[in-house]
Design a protein around this ligand. Structure first.
Ligand code: G3P
Length: 220
């Protein structure tokens, strides 16, 4: 499973990347706005910091402008994946960009039928927002199960399932059990994945007992 960082905060991305936890990055207009920085400066920093795919979302909603924006974003760096919303114009933009070799991440997916259309449009990634489905009382993980089942039925569907809108470590576990290709994880959740209180307690006990032996490993 690949872990992308779901953030536009370059300090967070650099910190997590240094820990070897980052296979890519996803941004969206809200995450970029949160930085208070210029979009193109944010993208330049992220693309320099991470080798994997960096999702950069268009801001237009009509095909012609989305296509031009997508082309300009794709030209920024070889690891840019252009993000388009799951709308008719977004799918048309996805198809056109994909045909010219640009990786496209189709975002704001909330149904299996939307995911089918994204795969047919040649999307490199589909981003189902599971947390937002949970927020309205639906079962976000059920959507991931449905998409995995459907995509596995067709060799022509090569789109990677990029689970988004992740709220807690359990979402990552469930997504991995289903066989999703990528989880895009907020920095605080990514840091929680390694944590378990019994690990901390066990390590504390090991070190206390080791100290009692009066021995060292280095300079023995
Ligand atoms: O990548 C999409 C993600 O940023 C959306 O998350 O928490 O706004 O639903 P959230």
């Amino acid at each position: 499973m690949k872990f992308f960082v779901d953030s536009a905060d370059i300090a967070e991305i650099r910190d997590l990347s240094a820990a070897g936890l980052v296979d890519g990055v996803t941004t969206n207009p809200s995450l970029v706005a949160k930085t208070g920085r210029k979009f193109f400066d944010v993208l330049a920093d992220i693309c320099a910091a991470v080798d994997g795919p960096v999702s950069a979302e268009v801001a237009a909603t009509d095909f012609d402008t989305m296509l031009e924006e997508g082309r300009q974003l794709a030209a920024l760096a070889k690891n840019i994946a252009v993000k388009v919303p799951l709308t008719r114009d977004g799918l048309k933009t996805c198809r056109t960009l994909a045909q010219s070799g640009t990786k496209v991440n189709v975002t704001l997916c909330f149904s299996a039928n939307q995911a089918i259309l994204a795969a047919k449009a040649g999307a490199a990634f589909i981003s189902p927002f599971i947390g937002r489905l949970d927020d309205v009382g639906e079962d976000g993980m059920e959507l991931i199960r449905d998409i995995r089942t459907i995509y596995d039925n067709y060799d022509s569907f090569t789109t990677e399932i990029l689970v988004a809108s992740i709220r807690h470590p359990r979402h990552v576990t469930e997504a991995a059990k289903i066989g999703a290709d990528v989880c895009t994880v907020p920095p605080d959740v990514l840091r929680k994945l390694a944590h378990h209180p019994l690990t901390d307690r066990g390590l504390e006990a090991f070190l206390a007992d080791w100290k009692k032996t009066g021995q060292t490993i280095l300079n023995r």
